[in-house]
Write a new protein. Structure first.
Length: 368
């Protein structure tokens, strides 16, 4: 039974949770599970007790309930597919989950970031403490993804409540490093064998942000530290006068563009392609009239207006660094700029972006 359980549920489910579900949902004895796993019964017992104690965590409890309903209910058994099809589906689901987990964990690595989960909501958000200026929302996360991260112990919550706040754990940081390395190796192998085709610059598992890329362009790679975005890194630098290279207002402008960009991608089938704003590389065919995705049309329009207002060059660096999270070195290389020129152009783009949002706010006040 142990092999069947591992075969039918997603590969990302921890081994202890698989055995817990086998015991609680199918009635399989601890000794039978231990015999199938080739270990002592006390090992299985400790794993099951540990999972049971973690059910006070709302995300862990919800994850186990979801897995039980999806893979152990009578309906799930009746809708069982052929093994070959199951293997393909589970492999694809694991790859998508890894991409989404990498996106969320990157954001949680930023200083002051937490994942906020409210009861009976199907979306969670990553927010970052911006000091005196309040908090900034940096990512939108499907609750099923948040449940998986909690079940894998990659995020933890000290005080669960009506609104629970999760932080990245030590094991989550280690997992992020491994996921980034695996993604880089896969991209490198595709390039080595001449199989590199179009790769979406931002493509998490639950399709929150699947953006088309040109088929002739090499896959986008993120070279900056996984613990921060390019804007956060630049905000810590000082200019000749000792002032921050990017002040908080410019960082907020970039994060606002990023937030709208993510909100515009929400939906299971998203056809947006923003590459027509790029002055180098492939260009997509996205226009304001494209409504194939289920993302927020208001957010999509806000991104379109902001990038159009920036114009060629500035929209390019803003899209790459703020939305695609490309490092400056990679952005400079893609655009054919000289070394260390990207940060200057990025600051100019953020200044223009800040003025754009200020003018939009002024127009809203006048209309109101």
């Amino acid at each position: 039974m142990e092999n069947n359980v591992a075969f039918t549920i997603p590969a990302w489910v921890p081994e202890g949770a698989q055995r817990y579900l086998a015991h609680t949902e199918t009635g399989q004895s601890i000794r039978d599970i231990a015999r199938s796993a080739g270990c002592h019964a006390s090992t299985i017992l400790r794993q099951i007790r540990r999972i049971e104690m973690r059910r006070d965590d709302p995300l862990v409890d919800a994850a186990l309930q979801t897995l039980a309903e999806a893979h152990f209910s009578d309906t799930a058994q009746q809708s069982c597919t052929f093994p070959a099809a199951q293997e393909d589906d589970l492999a694809a689901a694991e790859e998508k989950f890894n991409r989404e987990a990498m996106r969320v964990l990157r954001r949680l690595c930023e200083t002051g970031s937490v994942l906020a989960v409210a009861e009976e909501m199907d979306k969670a958000v990553v927010v970052r403490d911006a000091g005196d200026s309040g908090t900034t929302r940096t990512a939108v996360v499907d609750c099923k993804t948040a449940q998986a991260l909690a079940l894998k112990d990659w995020i933890t919550c000290d005080n669960p409540g009506r609104i629970s706040r999760y932080r990245i754990s030590t094991s989550g940081r280690a997992a992020l490093s491994q996921l980034v390395a695996e993604a880089e190796n896969k991209a490198r192998n595709r390039n080595d064998f001449g199989l590199a085709e179009a790769q979406a610059p931002f493509q998490p598992a639950s399709s929150l942000a699947q953006v088309g890329a040109a088929k002739t362009e090499r896959p986008r790679r993120i070279r900056y530290s996984a613990a921060e975005s390019p804007l956060i890194a630049l905000a810590r630098r000082r200019d000749r006068d000792g002032k921050p290279f990017l002040d908080e207002a410019l960082v907020r402008a970039g994060e606002r563009l990023r937030e709208d960009f993510e909100l515009a991608q929400i939906g299971p089938q998203v056809a947006q392609n923003w590459d027509h704003f790029l002055t180098a590389g492939g260009r997509g065919g996205f226009g304001a009239g494209v409504k194939d995705g289920r993302g927020s049309s208001d957010a999509r329009d806000r991104v379109e207006r902001a990038l159009s207002d920036l114009g060629p060059g500035l929209s390019d660096v803003a899209l790459r660094c703020c939305c695609y999270l490309e490092g400056l070195e990679l952005a400079e290389k893609r655009m054919g700029w000289s070394a260390r020129s990207g940060k200057i152009v990025l600051r100019i783009a953020l200044q223009r972006l800040k003025r754009h949002y200020e003018s939009q706010a002024e127009k809203s006040r006048m209309i109101g």
